[in-house]
Design a protein around this ligand. Structure first.
Ligand SMILES: [Zn+2]
Length: 78
């Protein structure tokens, strides 16, 4: 009877840990997936942050739009 009780409690504890881990890990997972799916890049012209999927790249720089890509990186000399 003693061994049966011990196994019963071990099963209860493992089930509690499994449920607790599910509740703890759930809110964190969607955030990390979103960050990995849509990395943000900074426009070299105006400094606006846009998702990399929507940004345009030229010469290892990112731009928010075709107009800013044509104008190039921002410079204070103009
Ligand atoms: Zn821009």
């Amino acid at each position: 009877m003693g061994l049966f009780r011990l196994l019963f409690w071990i099963a209860i504890i493992f089930a509690a840990i499994w449920i607790w881990r599910r509740f703890i890990s759930k809110p964190k997972r969607p955030r990390t997936r979103e960050d990995a799916a849509a990395p943000m890049v900074r426009c070299a012209h105006c400094g606006v942050h846009v998702p990399r999927s929507q940004a345009l790249s030229q010469d290892q720089r990112w731009y928010c739009s075709q107009a800013h890509l044509e104008q190039g990186p921002h410079s204070g000399d103009r």
